[in-house]
Design a protein around this ligand. Structure first.
Ligand SMILES: NC(=O)c1ccc[n+]([C@@H]2O[C@H](COP(=O)([O-])OP(=O)(O)OC[C@H]3O[C@@H](n4cnc5c(N)ncnc54)[C@H](O)[C@@H]3O)[C@@H](O)[C@H]2O)c1
Length: 310
């Protein structure tokens, strides 16, 4: 297999590149490093068949030679990032997706769009099944991401090549940036530094957190199938943000207090995937419990900060 991964130097993309290289695929990782880092794939650069190309997929997109699979992950993903890069986020979801689909058509390759649970917005149905159309504010601050992904889903569906859509729910693990603004890296950083753990709102809002290995297995199961989706990939075990903060505090052995700060505009109240379709069509189920995944992530964060502390 010869696979193109857009956004491959980001958090999720780097694990996909790793897994593809391990199974013997040739991997062309296209990334403009807006929110990703060469460090995420540095360990792959010496491996035969892996190539990192500095490329903005909203510009000219050309890959020489055959391609069997295009995994389109390029897009800022954390709220802090997409609020800092609103136009870039809209462009990569629209023009970038158009270019990645064009590449798949030119090469007669399968195409997988990394979509998101954010297409459900602040959901009025619970848990969220793929048939639910969502509740998105089209002019709210989060719309640059949510609507870009909804447009990308529509474009992917209309394009008429061999496509699939995966709706990824909150995923966490090593290689997340400590300051990327997402709850888990924020809580871990604060707990390790002995700072107050800042929960937004009253902490009763829920998220369902999936360890990165599980998410990547789900994405690859979809890529290797002939299923078009859309299909949810996430862990249905639901936690309130206060429970998550307390769990991180317990697992880090920190004495940090849990404190409460203002809630972002249009922040979803509940978030939980119905994963029955993934189980039925892909034979996929998440396997890593939150405590095990968080322990691995905390260990990585602790090791990463050691040289700085030293
Ligand atoms: N991590 C999650 O919990 C999650 C949840 C839902 C969906 N997703 C989706 O998965 C994908 C990856 O998310 P992530 O968490 O790894 O984010 P990330 O920010 O770590 O990775 C995104 C990558 O895309 C690259 N990129 C952005 N714009 C680009 C462009 N124009 N051209 C080329 N590269 C570009 C960035 O530099 C970065 O390396 C995104 O599409 C995101 O929407 C992630």
């Amino acid at each position: 297999m010869r696979t193109v991964v857009t956004g491959g130097a980001g958090f999720l993309g780097s694990y996909l590149c790793e897994r593809l290289v391990e199974r013997g695929d040739e991997v062309i990782c296209l990334d403009n490093l807006l929110t990703g880092s060469p460090g995420n794939v540095a360990h792959l650069l010496e491996r035969p068949g892996f190539r990192l190309v500095d490329c903005d997929v909203t510009g000219f997109l050309h890959v020489a030679g055959p391609v069997d699979l295009v995994l389109h992950l390029a897009s800022a993903a954390s709220p802090a990032d997409y609020l800092a890069y609103p136009i870039e986020t809209l462009k990569v979801g629209s023009i970038g997706t158009l270019h990645a689909l064009g590449l798949a058509r030119e090469k007669d390759a399968r195409f997988v769009l990394a979509s998101t649970s954010e297409v459900y917005g602040d959901p009025l149905e619970h848990p969220q099944h793929e048939d639910y159309w969502g509740n998105v504010n089209p002019v709210g601050p989060r719309s640059v991401y949510d609507e870009a992904k909804r447009f990308a889903e529509s474009l992917t569906t209309a394009y008429g090549v061999d496509t699939a859509i995966v709706r990824i729910f909150n995923t966490y693990g090593p290689r997340m940036r400590p300051h990327d603004g997402r709850a888990i890296p924020t809580f871990i950083r604060q707990a390790l530094d002995g700072d107050p753990i800042t929960v937004t709102g009253d902490g009763t809002q829920t998220r369902s957190i999936c360890y990165v290995d599980d998410t990547v297995t789900g994405i690859l199961a979809l890529a290797d199938s002939d299923f078009a989706g859309p299909v949810n990939i996430g862990n249905p075990a639901e936690l309130t943000m206060t429970d998550l903060a307390r769990l991180v505090r317990e697992l880090t052995g920190s004495a940090s207090p849990v404190t409460y700060i203002g809630r972002p505009v249009d922040d979803p109240h509940r978030r939980c995937p119905d994963t029955s379709l993934a189980a039925e069509r892909l034979g996929w189920r998440p396997e890593v419990p939150a405590t095990a995944g968080l322990r691995r992530t905390i260990r990585w964060f602790a090791e990463e900060r050691e040289p700085l502390a030293g």
